[in-house]
Design a protein around this ligand. Structure first.
Ligand SMILES: [Mn+2]
Length: 595
């Protein structure tokens, strides 16, 4: 649809109610748009060249197009303050197709997942995929690749690489979550240089400080880190707000912190709060939504709708200096969402720079990516990315399996004592316990767990045990294993585990459930072993089939693949497993399985 240009504007959104994120009013107002920008927000009856007596035909003499919103609500396009797009299992174009119909028009993405697999090229490939979409993808340059020295990633991003990425990666707006808290507190030179690279450019630095408080928190903030999305309790959140941190309230598929932090959403500090998802699974994107789902939940918990909208738009745009975004006001870009109500937040229509890009839940107008990319200086040939244009390790080359025979589940004397990871259902934190080796096996739900270095580096294999995955037969494996994304596998015995690993290697990366020599379900992830090149509906369908197969093997968990993917992440307490062995996260050190 192309709007005709008339002297009063290209488009007039008439008859709506504008959510004013500056005053928190909801105004009966019309919105005039010209050249992709908002030129005016006029209370009913005050709209230039349109008055109560004017008929649409007269008004049409003055506006290229009149759209009657029939009392619907107009908000700024919604902005996700922090997300790992790879965790949706979708590439940025497929992610955009899934979230724009829900009202999202911009995200702030941390591509540390693909960076941990493919390093500098991975971040550039991510930027290429994200170019020219009808949704802005602003990138925070990954600060922790690898997340810790206690694992083997596919690549390393040192301070020099981070600095170069700030210069060459389009859309880079800051440094992504600094998860190596001990490294900051110890004054790790390379880490502090990465922080300085952002600060010298006047760019924000995101944090990742679960449970940090008192002097350690203040030292972490003093190092130049200005936000955090890991708060679980309001006490923890207030500690961080009180010392000047931006509070990102995370409500995603992996972690839901909104209810626990709702008491922080008060006028005295609301300017320093933003909503984010961190991780969002395809099923949730399709059926629950994205940022609109967070607004729905916030309002259901008692937050005033206009204030909730502000935390998903203006406060985020201001913190990350997204000029011209985050409000329905003159001079702002016409990134707008039109909602039927301010309770369910179902988007009727979504505009990007004044163009209708989605309506009634469907993408309507994929912008001409090649021409936009040409304008933005990105090579359009690069920007219209096809998966096969990636470095060879995309597709069949994503999994370099070392010799795994007899190395996945070492045996222990029955009277030995072994340290076990204990899953907390629905959480990404774990617990730990010491059990007798005689209890190892599906009967007592003490299962062998292994993490295999799959990037062709060390060929190392970390072995341990996990309680809570519940398998009674077979094995489950995945190349999504935060953050180094090695190959993680849990099973009832070594043979099943080995078959699962070899199946994934043949797929070139992904997720699989096997039993008795059969593949029960598989989800190929050919883009770095992290993302599919299919759309959200297809991935959601495959993931449902995989979850059913894992459940049939005996697993009681609601999101088994997400839970499995975080068992390897040594920056979130308490006991995790990497390719180098068991990690006591609080002690930030490797610990033996045998006690
Ligand atoms: Mn991660």
């Amino acid at each position: 649809m192309t709007a005709n240009k008339k002297q009063n504007g290209d488009i007039l959104l008439r008859g709506g109610k504008v959510v004013n994120v500056f005053t928190l009013e909801v105004e009966e107002a019309d919105v005039a748009i010209a050249g992709g920008m908002i030129t005016g927000v006029y209370r009913r009856g005050e709209t230039p060249a349109v008055d109560a007596a004017t008929t649409d035909s007269t008004a049409a003499l003055n506006y290229g197009e009149i759209i009657d919103l029939q009392g619907a609500f107009v908000t700024p396009g919604l902005i996700d303050a922090h997300i790992h797009i790879e965790s949706t299992l979708l590439t940025p174009p497929a992610f955009a197709d899934a979230v724009i119909p829900h009202g999202t028009t911009a995200v702030i993405a941390d591509p540390h997942e693909i960076a941990n697999v493919l390093g500098f090229d991975g971040v550039k490939a991510f930027a290429r995929m994200a170019a020219g979409l009808p949704m802005d993808v602003y990138m925070m340059i990954p600060s922790c690749v690898p997340a810790t020295p206690l694992e083997t990633s596919g690549a390393v991003l040192d301070a020099e690489a981070v600095s170069r990425l700030f210069d060459v990666a389009p859309g880079a707006i800051g440094l992504a979550e600094v998860m190596n808290v001990p490294g900051v507190l110890a004054g790790d030179a390379d880490l502090l240089q990465k922080i300085a690279a952002a600060r010298l450019r006047g760019l924000p630095v995101d944090g990742h400080a679960p449970g940090l408080s008192e002097d350690a928190l203040q030292a972490y903030i003093a190092a130049g880190i200005s936000s955090d999305h890991e708060s679980v309790t309001s006490e923890e959140a207030w500690d961080k707000l009180r010392r000047g941190m931006r509070l990102l309230i995370r409500e995603g598929s992996a972690a839901q912190n909104l209810a626990g932090l709702i008491s922080c959403i008060v006028p005295s500090v609301s300017e320093n709060i933003s909503f984010c998802s961190d991780d969002r699974h395809p099923e949730d994107l399709l059926h629950d939504g994205h940022m609109n789902a967070i607004l729905r939940k916030a309002v259901s918990l008692g937050v005033a709708p206009a204030l909730a909208v502000k935390l998903a738009t203006l406060t985020t745009a201001r913190h990350y200096r997204l000029s011209g975004l985050g409000a329905v006001a003159p001079g702002y870009r016409a990134d707008l969402a039109v909602f039927s109500d301010l309770a369910e937040f179902r988007a009727q229509a979504v505009f990007k720079a004044g163009r209708l890009v989605a309506s009634d839940g469907e993408i309507r107008d994929r912008l001409d990516r090649a021409s936009i990319c040409a304008q933005t200086g990105a090579d359009s040939a690069e920007a219209t990315v096809e998966v096969d244009k990636y470095p060879p390790r995309f597709g069949e080359g994503s999994v370099h399996l070392p010799d795994i025979t007899g190395r996945l589940a070492p045996a222990y004397e029955p009277n030995a004592k072994v340290r076990v990871i204990v899953i907390q259902p629905g959480q990404i934190v774990t617990g730990q316990e010491i059990v007798s080796a005689a209890d190892i096996g599906p009967e007592k739900d003490i299962l062998p767990l292994a993490v295999i270095e799959r990037h062709g580096k060390r060929g190392s294999i970390g072995c341990g045990f996990v309680r809570g995955f519940g398998l009674k037969k077979g094995a489950v494996a995945s190349t999504v294993g935060h953050d180094s994304h090695n190959l993680i596998v849990v099973g009832v015995n070594e043979a099943e585990m080995e078959f699962a690993c070899r199946t994934i290697a043949q797929m070139g990366g992904g997720m699989v459930a096997v039993a008795g020599g059969e593949v029960k379900a598989a989800l190929p992830l050919p883009v770095a072993g992290l993302m599919s090149d299919e759309d959200a509906a297809t991935i959601a369908r495959r993931l449902r089939a995989l979850h059913r197969a894992v459940s049939d093997l005996g697993c009681p968990l609601a999101a088994p693949m997400m839970t499995l993917s975080f068992l390897a992440l040594p920056v979130i307490p308490e006991l995790k497993l990497t390719d180098l062995g068991l990690v006591d996260v609080n002690r930030f050190s490797l610990v033996p399985v045998l006690c």
